[in-house]
Design a protein. Structure first.
Length: 244
């Protein structure tokens, strides 16, 4: 999802139509079947029922005139009764993740968990791109997915009007990404209220009204900002830049 790293045909916020309901059911069935087939699991194979969320991610289209876009990725999370390690399943269809994007996403899920003191040994995660023919390339969505999964593991959910563009480094920091201002403009047009970016990526630009733009250096800072309550989030409805 970095500069020039997203091929797409149609990009719209997913509605709860029959098509998306069908793909959600397919991903849920896949995740539960993988959990239940685990020989070390109990009857249900999971401590709790699966949690699901459509997670916004920021990207940039390819072409002569790149433009920022907001798309939504479906994330399913369940916790197994065994401790056999992190399992991440990428559903092929309607869209898909490129191989390098898959690797970056798995790394970000593990890195975010470690930075927050969480164990991924019993986690099963399912990911789907609910847009026909859309291929997501690049790694700038990985921090958002990693933090979303961590929040789900803690029984929380990141509000759908908040997003981060960045990667997760091995030492628990938020890594740099490109085309930040195109992504910020897209977030503003999509009605997102908070955009977090790495400190080295913000630079100078025109702040969009009604969208709070802040830089965060670590996974912990990003998690705290994304999950804080609406009432304790000053500036949620005004532009703000923190370039420290």
């Amino acid at each position: 999802m970095t500069s020039g790293a997203c091929r797409w045909t149609r990009v719209r916020r997913p509605a709860y139509s029959k098509t998306f309901t069908w793909w959600r059911a397919r991903l849920l069935t896949l995740l539960l079947s993988l959990v239940c087939l685990n020989p070390l699991g109990n009857i249900a194979g999971a401590h709790e029922g699966p949690r699901e969320q459509y997670v916004p991610v920021l990207g940039v289209t390819m072409g002569e005139k790149p433009a920022g876009i907001v798309i939504y990725v479906m994330v399913l999370f369940t916790e197994r009764s065994d401790a056999e390690g992190l399992e991440v399943h990428f559903l092929s269809g309607p869209g898909r993740f490129a191989q390098k994007t898959q690797a970056a996403t798995v790394q970000a899920i593990g890195g975010a968990a470690r930075a927050l003191g969480l164990s991924t040994d019993s986690w099963s995660v399912g990911l789907s791109v609910p847009y026909p023919d859309l291929v997501i390339e690049g790694d700038s969505l990985s921090a958002m997915i990693g933090l979303s999964v961590a929040a789900m593991a803690k029984g929380k959910a990141i509000p759908r009007q908040r997003v981060i563009s960045g990667t997760v480094t091995p030492d628990g920091r938020i890594g740099p990404v490109g085309d930040v201002w195109l992504k910020i403009a897209a977030a503003y047009q999509a009605g997102l209220h908070m955009v977090l970016v790495p400190p080295t990526s913000l630079g100078k630009g025109r702040m969009p009204y009604l969208t709070r733009v802040s830089s965060v250096g670590t996974v912990l800072q990003a998690y705290q900002a994304l999950t804080m309550s609406q009432d304790s989030s000053p500036g949620n409805h005004r532009a703000e830049a923190d370039t420290r």
